[in-house]
Write a protein that binds this ligand. Structure first.
Ligand code: F6P
Length: 327
């Protein structure tokens, strides 16, 4: 079914992710190619409420493909969580006859998009942009590949100094609710342990792994710790280890927001370009309230309600492999 859409708004929302600019460029140029007008919304839903929109030409998106961050800027808007906030935002779209909205972001951004669509009859489509890789309906989210590359580059450097000084490093990575970054980078860097929000590991489990490492004469070790893990704050974990193993020299490195920046990898640029292109194609073919994703190299449209409520389980086998290979 083809649908008449003339004016399209685009925004980035929530935590930024490398490749968001590539997605904005793809959406803008595909829409312009098909004769549509495109309006960039600054600072996510915050800018929509404040009427901070700019009509984009092809020149506005030149030279942004390789840039990290998002030139439209991003925000987490409290006001948009209210009925009044969404009504103000919708009115600003309607006065420009905007028929459709492309939202590049994660689950919080899609929750807002769905509410806007339901309450104000605006066609919305989501493009998965988050370093967390925690959206159902796509194998990878835009930004995850670059973020994990950033992590392994840092951990490889940490490994050098850990090895010179016979130290144990706890490396904290992002992931409030999910541990995809910690799991894949743990495997990729040969970490002794991976501590994730999805697993209820205990200090006894951790101490057993450390004892095994000592028995195997491992003198330096890396443990990847996801932010939202169940054992607690990474500095408290380090204190607990020091208490149990006074002879181990434990250090903590928090990689923090370095994971969110940087020029996007090839994989992220390709994913962002393809999904941005298919976001516009989807809208023109009548798709709405969906997220465009990529599963097994195929473009798919998944209801936004599923993208935010269902979870893709972490690959348990990956964790088993990481454990076996690190012994
Ligand atoms: O959702 C992306 C993310 O990077 C999470 O991994 C992290 O917990 C959070 O954002 C940090 O958000 P902020 O930059 O607002 O502190």
């Amino acid at each position: 079914m083809s649908v008449e859409i003339n004016n399209i708004a685009i925004l980035t929302s929530g935590g930024d992710a490398p490749g968001m600019n590539a997605a904005i460029r793809a959406v803008t140029r595909t829409a312009l190619y098909h004769g549509k007008k495109v309006f960039g919304v600054y600072r996510g839903y915050e800018g929509m409420i404040e009427d901070d929109l700019l009509e984009l030409s092809t020149a506005h998106v030149k030279n942004i493909l390789a840039q990290g961050g998002t030139f439209l800027k991003s925000a987490r808007s409290k006001e948009f969580r209210t009925h009044d906030g969404r009504a103000k935002a919708a009115a600003n779209l309607k006065k420009r006859n905007i028929d459709a909205l492309v939202v590049i972001g994660g689950d919080g951004s899609f929750t807002g998009a769905l509410k806007l669509a339901d309450e104000h009859n605006i066609r919305v489509i989501g493009v998965p942009g988050t370093i967390d890789n925690d959206l159902f309906g796509t194998d990878y989210t835009i930004g995850y590949d670059t973020a994990t590359n950033t992590v392994i580059e840092s951990v490889d450097k940490i490994r050098d100094t850990a090895s010179s000084h016979n130290r144990l490093f706890l490396v904290e990575v992002m992931g409030r609710d999910t541990g995809y970054i910690a799991a894949s980078t743990g495997l990729a860097t040969g970490a002794l342990g991976i501590i994730l929000p999805e697993q209820k590991i205990t200090f006894d489990d951790l101490f057993r792994d450390l004892r095994n490492a000592q028995a195997n004469k491992k003198t330096s070790n890396i443990i990847m710790v996801a932010e939202g893990n169940h054992l607690g704050d990474v500095f408290d974990i380090s204190l607990a280890i020091k208490k149990e193993f006074p002879s181990i020299d434990v250090k903590v490195t928090t990689l923090g927001h370095t994971q969110r920046g940087g020029s996007p990898s090839t994989n992220d640029r390709v994913l962002a370009s393809v999904l941005g292109y298919y976001a516009i194609k989807g809208l023109m073919n009548g798709e709405e309230k969906v997220m465009v994703g990529m599963i097994n190299q195929k473009v798919v449209y998944i209801p936004l309600s599923e993208a935010i409520s269902k979870t893709t389980n972490l690959d348990e086998e990956m964790l088993t492999i990481a454990k076996i290979l690190a012994t």
